[in-house]
Design a protein around this ligand. Structure first.
Ligand code: FRU
Length: 493
């Protein structure tokens, strides 16, 4: 894409594929790329207006949203049962999703230390507009008994032990392999870290059962520790007590049959605050009049935001042993979090989607809460950020001319939808589900803790745009996560 007047041009990316296992090529989401987010923002947008292009903006969600758990639990990150190509399965006619859940007696912002994985089910095959407004799910309860996910930690003196996001693979015999983030916190009574928290990518195996009454699981009574941040490619707790390492998503690549891969959220493995960004991370052409100066960028603290998207490959067919490969994307001096990454294959192209927050962008960078997307010719490519070179695939309505505030205190002048959706997951046919964090402004807002309306992205080439013909002017059913396949397991009961 060409430069917007007054802004630097985005970096040129070839989309060329490199071998996922044998190459150490890591694509860069550069500052020049992410600067396009500000280049596309309307500097004249007034109080509570959206400053971002409509085609990349989720339609505004009403404050009057229904709750999918009928007030039983807080719900946020959610994922379906998938196969190696990310098809979504119902089992014997029941759709199933896994969600991070927490007790409603907690404040919604306290959820992270108390997250447990729960599940919901509903009958498959009913159009969204014929279901109850809240999606019509039945809450099935927690997946793990108390204590099961704490066993893997050598140091049992944790103050909090919690279950964070992942993904679930279903197999023809009804086996479910749940890849998730098993986390221990070591905090004192005042909430300060005694030592860094310990997030591990883990696996637990169970079996799904379904009959006329609904869905249940057996198994999930043991956990295998798969991966711990290595400090070589993936920043660890010695390098930065606030490191990010989580959210495994597994898939197969048709170009490399017989291998199973995993993408996950990481950080570049450098000492926290070290002056580790490079001119390549900035990504400006040498003669660009609007290029930033590397020293100035680092002096201003952008070095504290060093996200990456990690890659691992399974070492056995059971998917119980994995090894790290070099990251497929870095966002050094751009943002600190590239969360819940996933690979989406369409028309022979490989799309990497990952979620990020406005608040995790580095100094001098800005962009909405949302899902960011990159396209290339393979899972390890010189990824081209979607949509005018920026990376923004689907943002919340946001006004970059005003502060964001916080979900518990959204800015008075901000668009009321700036926190309306997070933790997006891109599903078959471009459908996107996400949870509601906050809707409103400081004088009048409502917290979410339930899934928002599903929307649809039209994904093609280097663009992704909101389909406003889907649902009600772009907004589909709440908590609508439809299966595109049904499994009749080979087990008999
Ligand atoms: C995204 C996220 C995930 C993490 C979970 C913890 O909403 O930050 O990366 O697994 O929430 O609550």
């Amino acid at each position: 894409p060409d430069a917007v007047p007054g802004f630097a041009a985005p970096t040129v990316h070839t989309q060329e594929a490199h071998h996922p296992i044998n190459s150490d090529f890591t694509a860069r989401w550069t500052r020049a790329d992410a600067m396009q987010l500000q280049a596309m923002s309307d500097p004249t947008a007034g109080s509570r207006e959206n400053s971002m292009p409509t085609e990349y903006t989720m339609p505004t969600v009403s404050q009057d949203f229904p709750d999918m758990s009928n007030d039983q639990v807080w719900v946020w990150d959610t994922w379906p049962l998938t196969d190696e190509r990310s098809h979504q399965y119902s089992v014997l006619g029941w759709e199933v999703v896994f969600s991070l859940v927490a007790d409603r007696s907690l404040g919604f912002d306290e959820r992270h230390q108390f997250a447990r994985i729960g599940y919901f089910y509903r009958e498959a095959g009913i159009p969204a507009d014929e279901r109850p407004e809240n999606g019509g799910w039945t809450y099935g309860g927690l997946l793990f008994e108390d204590g099961v996910t704490g066993v893997i930690f050598d140091d049992q003196s944790f103050s909090h032990q919690t279950e964070w996001s992942g993904s679930a693979r279903v197999f023809p015999d009804g086996t479910v392999k749940l890849f998730f983030t098993d986390v221990a916190f070591y905090r004192d009574a005042s909430g300060a870290d005694i030592k860094p928290y310990d997030p591990r990518i883990a696996l637990s195996i169970g079996t799904i059962h379904a009959d006329d009454d609904g869905v249940s699981f057996t198994g999930f009574d043991a956990v295998t520790d798969l991966l711990q941040a290595d400090g070589r490619w993936y920043q660890d707790g010695d390098q930065n007590p606030y490191f990010n390492f989580r959210d495994p998503f597994t898939f197969e690549d048709p170009a490399h049959p017989g291998e199973t891969f995993m993408v996950f959220e990481g950080n570049s493995a450098v000492e926290r605050g070290s002056r580790s960004c490079t001119v390549e991370d900035l990504g400006y052409a040498a003669d660009d009049p609007h290029a930033e100066d590397l020293t100035e960028v680092m002096d201003n603290g952008a070095v504290y935001q060093m996200a990456n998207v990690g890659l691992a490959v399974a070492e056995n067919d059971d998917l119980t042993a994995w090894r790290f490969l070099p990251p497929i994307l870095s966002a050094n001096c751009v943002t600190d979090q590239t969360e819940r990454p996933q690979i989406y294959i369409k028309d022979g192209k490989y799309y990497l989607f990952t979620i990020s927050h406005r608040s995790t962008f580095a100094w001098g960078m800005d962009g909405p809460e949302g899902v960011y997307g990159f396209v290339g010719d393979g899972i390890r490519s010189d990824f081209q950020p979607l949509n005018r070179g920026s990376g923004l695939a689907l943002g919340n309505p946001t006004n970059l001319n005003y502060l964001q505030g916080n979900p518990f205190d959204p800015d008075f002048n901000q668009h009321p939808g700036a926190f309306q959706a997070y933790s997006h997951y891109v599903m078959p046919n471009g459908l996107v589900q996400s949870f509601i964090d906050t809707i409103g402004t400081t004088d009048n807002f409502r917290r979410g803790g339930t899934l928002g309306p599903t929307v649809r992205l039209i994904i093609s080439g280097t663009t992704a745009m909101v389909d406003r013909d889907y649902g009600d002017v772009g907004l589909g059913g709440y908590a609508d996560i439809p299966a595109d396949r049904n499994l009749v397991p080979t087990f008999s009961d």
